[in-house]
Design a protein around this ligand. Sequence first.
Ligand SMILES: [Zn+2]
Length: 163
Amino acid sequence: MSNLDKSPERRAADILLRGGKMLALACPVCSSPLYQTKDGDVICVVCNRPVKILSKKEYEKEMLKDKDTQKKEDLTNKNKLISKQDKNTKNLASEVKEKEKTEIKHNYNNINNSIMNAYDTLSNKLEEIMMRIRTEHDLSTLERLLSVVEKIIDLMLLIEEEY
Ligand SMILES: [Zn+2]
């Protein structure tokens, strides 16, 4: 019987019988427990694949490597695309791109500024209303003031969350 025909349970049993052990780690793909053979190989018996255990640092390095590879691939694709175009189109494309970049940034700053202004206004209003609440004795007025306070705080929290 080849390894492929075995059930996950059978594979696990084989590893255990041969002096391996179950690890307190789960397979990153299927979340089943991982097994370590006597030779030190870590295996997922469900995926029937070896699993490389990395330290956090190693893992981050691997992810970075993957990202770099991706970047390089993107770049190669881009270069391929550009080399297909003639010089004029290339210049035009880079010009448009530059414009897009500055415009997006500009708009983003504008949004941020008006949001920040709104936040400041709300915070000032909140202070004003809190002062009034401090001296207000009429209950129905107090109730109205409090409901405004509630709305203002909701809005401020929303802004804090989103920006
Ligand atoms: Zn697995």
